[in-house]
Design a binder for this molecule. Sequence first.
Ligand code: NAG
Ligand code: NAG
Ligand code: NAG
Ligand code: NAG
Ligand code: NAG
Ligand code: NAG
Ligand code: NAG
Length: 449
Amino acid sequence: MADTCSCCLLLLIATAGVAGCVRGDRFSIIDELETLDIEEDFDTEVPVVPSWFINERDGKTLVNVDSFGAAGDGITDDTQAFVKAWNTACSMAKSVFLVPLGRRYLVNATRFKGPCAEKLIIQMDGTIVAPGDPKSWDPNFPRNWLDFSKLNGVVFQGNGVVDGSGSQWWAASCKRNKTNPCRSAPTAFTIDSSSSIKVKGITIQNSQQMNFVISRCDSVRISEVLVSAPGDSPNTDGIHITESTNVVLQDSKIGTGDDCVSIVNGSSNIKMKRIYCGPGHGISIGSLGKDGSMGVVTKVVLDNAFLRDTTNGLRIKTWQGGMGYVRAVRFENIRVENVSNPIIIDQFYCDSPSACQNQTSAVKISQIMYRNISGTTTSQKAMRFACSDTVPCSNIVLTNIDLESEDGSVETFCNSAQGFGYGVVHPSAECLNSDINQSAPTLLLHTEL
Ligand SMILES: *[C@@H]1O[C@H](CO)[C@@H](O)[C@H](O)[C@H]1NC(C)=O
Ligand SMILES: *[C@@H]1O[C@H](CO)[C@@H](O)[C@H](O)[C@H]1NC(C)=O
Ligand SMILES: *[C@@H]1O[C@H](CO)[C@@H](O)[C@H](O)[C@H]1NC(C)=O
Ligand SMILES: *[C@@H]1O[C@H](CO)[C@@H](O)[C@H](O)[C@H]1NC(C)=O
Ligand SMILES: *[C@@H]1O[C@H](CO)[C@@H](O)[C@H](O)[C@H]1NC(C)=O
Ligand SMILES: *[C@@H]1O[C@H](CO)[C@@H](O)[C@H](O)[C@H]1NC(C)=O
Ligand SMILES: *[C@@H]1O[C@H](CO)[C@@H](O)[C@H](O)[C@H]1NC(C)=O
């Protein structure tokens, strides 16, 4: 798709008296971003069944891990009981894989693989804990602890807890102590290569690294989940969405040592609503474009969120030298409190031990709307649009913004960023109008009428 604004600028250069072009363009951009809607009715076929309703009269078969020899004492290794119960539940239609209430199961890294017979419910009422010692971690599972894959039409529900017992992993991280080697740690809970999935109610905590990853999935609804890890636990992203489409995340509370939510390459149609985030690094698109890679994220809406005590608010982060684009994003109805960088686009993101060089290629960022965002910032630059010098950001739209700092001085920073505000925008974002090209646009705008 051609960038509408640069089209318009070309037009300005080619012809005279085209003020209407700019205005018409703005209206159509505003209209496009205001009406950006994420389809949410994709999952009507997998209703969440209330736990009290699950009984065998309903034609469901309860597959209780205890019946397969799980001890549930938090000390005995229950991995084999989980594997056997999974194989049974997965092979029978309408079964309920049950992790019963009031018990604690020690489970090693495990793959729970589909495809399974239809209408599987994973009822998580008890607690599942990971072994805590990184030195005795199974080397065949370097990246995952509980890994669910190739499922279709499956519901995960209950008020159970998935606990990664991550403290020894955090202590061994190079982010905690520079003398440690930089190695990655497992993700606590992964749903991979699956479709029509619901996750409701569960708690995921203290992961070794990322808490909850949705990868290569389509049609996922996550609601009422709680994700938590200490604010200083390294790289413990809350919910990480990669190569996934049609994901709705709602009514959830996330507080971790990294991004509350991170949305990366290959993801589109992502809707988040009623999210509490903090502590953590905010709600992020990215990082994208590391090591020259392709990163594409489109159609993301965050509506109604409260961020408190986070190091960023609404963030888009890309590395120098990437490819691809982030397009059609709307952040709206958001309250921030004690947040540094409430609104930030950072195209100079560099999360590596050595410094990153500036490069000419970059992930293109365009059509990003911020609407009704208010609250308090701890950084003077309440809005920061640090875009690539060679691939400028375009069509950043701001409206009804009110960000304040304790000492009253707030400002907007722009580098190579184009866009506009309307209605109340505080701090003002004049730099979006002029920064993309210091000479040409302003000159043309002055001569237009
Ligand atoms: C769990 O992992 C530990 C450490 O690698 C190993 O000794 C144990 O046998 C594993 N348990 C199962 C059931 O595979
Ligand atoms: C970092 O690790 C080294 C080697 O294990 C240790 O001697 C040092 O005390 C650690 N530093 C901190 C701040 O924990
Ligand atoms: C980005 O996502 C696309 C679509 O899922 C995938 O084909 C591609 O391999 C991904 N690229 C990288 C660098 O991960
Ligand atoms: C603000 O947030 C930081 C974490 O980013 C926290 O350490 C600090 O206590 C918070 N301040 C207040 C007043 O809540
Ligand atoms: C603006 O966002 C806040 C949440 O921060 C919400 O309470 C309020 O209703 C929103 N205002 C409008 C006009 O939607
Ligand atoms: C990269 O470019 C940005 C924006 O022009 C500039 O502020 C920064 O100093 C540059 N960084 C390096 C390492 O050259
Ligand atoms: C700004 O405009 C000048 C003159 O039209 C052009 O040479 C230059 O490449 C433009 N810079 C950017 C960053 O678009």
